[in-house]
Design a protein around this ligand. Structure first.
Ligand SMILES: Nc1ncnc2c1ncn2[C@@H]1O[C@H](COP(=O)(O)OP(=O)(O)OP(=O)(O)O)[C@@H](O)[C@H]1O
Ligand SMILES: [Mg+2]
Length: 381
């Protein structure tokens, strides 16, 4: 079958377009192989991407039926002409592959390949794979027409584009893996910030209830209702973290009211006095409000859990177009450098990430015996 220059170009172009539409490596390879076989009018086409162990990470064929493929048996190893092509990164155009000194035979069910055209797929010096064709269809019944120099040129173009497509597909898969890893760490932070605090308060409230059961059953009942409410909130936060909703209270009540309520609850649940002052803060962009709330929650949580403070004070005030949050405790204090080096705590890391994630800044001021102040500034909108 011969293509005029126009139809040949159109066919190449549509093959290239088909390649660039697919992003999964396997689909890219299948498209390349099918296009090569069709464009060069061959009986068989294959593409192998070698692995590091003498086999193939991918091996895609076109022109072989499913039953035939199964009958052939396990994937080929890198041997014979194929191995030479991968090693030497040189094209091979042979009138009869079986006559080649490097030929090592094939399994019983393997189709008989005669004329052979193979090209390495390269990205710079790296050989990504080999693309090859066998048995050019030919009007003479006894066969033996063979591949031409023109065929080799055309397959060369396909191999170059195959290299680009393969490289793109690899980059895409790598970037998708990265995105998944980022998503996982975001979720871990989200769960840490939202849910573990609620569970901690829940535990304290349940303990309080247990102490009150005998002495003051009616107050114990009140504490148990609080347990139920906290459990429900934890479940909501969990759901919100998973679907990436911001805390519902923020939308309904705004940042100042949300902080005030949560701090009142903490004040009641803990022996430390917990206070809040909000001065002249206007509404901020949603992401900044959410970050401020999360940082305030974690800073409060740390102060109540680690510092033994008698007083924890939270202030939120306007600063230019933005706002400054301060959480101060008069507790034990700690050495922020040492904690940073220890590196297994999520809370402080997560606070920093949240601040920088909205264009803000976080400072930790603390020293053993001196109490702690966490300050976060956001730019506003
Ligand atoms: N306000 C504070 N007062 C005293 N020590 C603190 C205070 N905040 C943090 N720390 C110390 O810094 C450490 C690190 O805090 P961070 O929030 O990063 O982790 P964590 O609270 O231990 O664990 P989590 O990952 O659950 O938050 C704490 O373990 C504690 O020793
Ligand atoms: Mg913490």
């Amino acid at each position: 079958m011969s293509h005029g220059p126009r139809s040949g170009l159109a066919a190449v172009s549509s093959a290239l377009l088909a390649m660039s539409r697919h992003l999964e490596v396997r689909d890219v390879l299948k498209t390349i192989v099918a296009s090569a076989r069709e464009l060069l009018d061959a009986q068989y086409a294959a593409l192998g991407v070698p692995d590091d162990h003498g086999g193939f990470a991918q091996f895609v064929v076109d022109g072989v039926s499913e039953e035939q493929w199964k009958a052939i048996g396990p994937l080929p190893r890198q041997h014979g002409v194929l191995a030479a092509m991968l090693r030497e990164a040189r094209p091979e155009r042979l009138a009869d592959v079986r006559e080649d000194p490097r030929f090592e035979g094939w399994p019983a069910a393997h189709p008989d390949l005669v004329d052979f055209l193979g090209l390495p797929i390269r990205d710079g010096d790296e050989v990504l794979g080999a693309l090859f064709l066998a048995n050019k269809n030919c009007p003479r019944p006894q066969g033996g027409c063979g591949f031409t120099e023109q065929d080799e040129e055309l397959l060369g173009i396909l191999a170059q584009h195959a290299a680009i497509a393969l490289t793109n597909a690899r980059l895409y898969e790598r970037s998708r893996e990265l995105t998944i890893a980022e998503e996982r760490s975001r979720l871990a932070h989200e769960l840490h910030d939202a849910v573990s605090q609620k569970l901690f308060s829940l535990r304290l409230t349940a303990q309080a209830a247990a102490r009150l059961v005998d002495r003051d059953p009616s107050r114990a009942k009140g504490e148990l209702r609080q347990v139920a409410a906290l459990a429900a909130e934890a479940a909501d936060e969990l759901r919100a973290a998973v679907v990436e909703l911001r805390p519902a209270a923020l939308d309904e009540d705004g940042l100042v009211a949300t902080l005030r309520t949560q701090i009142q609850v903490l004040d009641r649940a803990h022996s430390a006095r917990v206070t809040f002052t909000g001065r002249g803060v206007r509404a901020l962009p949603a992401t900044q409000e959410e970050a401020l709330l999360r940082v305030a929650q974690e800073a409060l949580h740390n102060a109540l859990r680690h510092s033994g403070a008698r007083h924890v004070d939270v202030t939120l005030e306007r600063s230019g177009a933005g706002a400054v949050l301060r959480v101060t405790d008069d507790g034990s204090g700690f050495d922020p450098q040492a904690v940073r080096r220890a590196g297994r705590h999520l809370g402080l890391v997560s606070m920093r990430d949240r601040a920088s994630g909205v264009g803000g800044a976080l400072t930790v001021e603390s020293a053993p015996g001196k109490g702690t102040t966490i300050e976060m500034e956001v730019p506003g909108g």
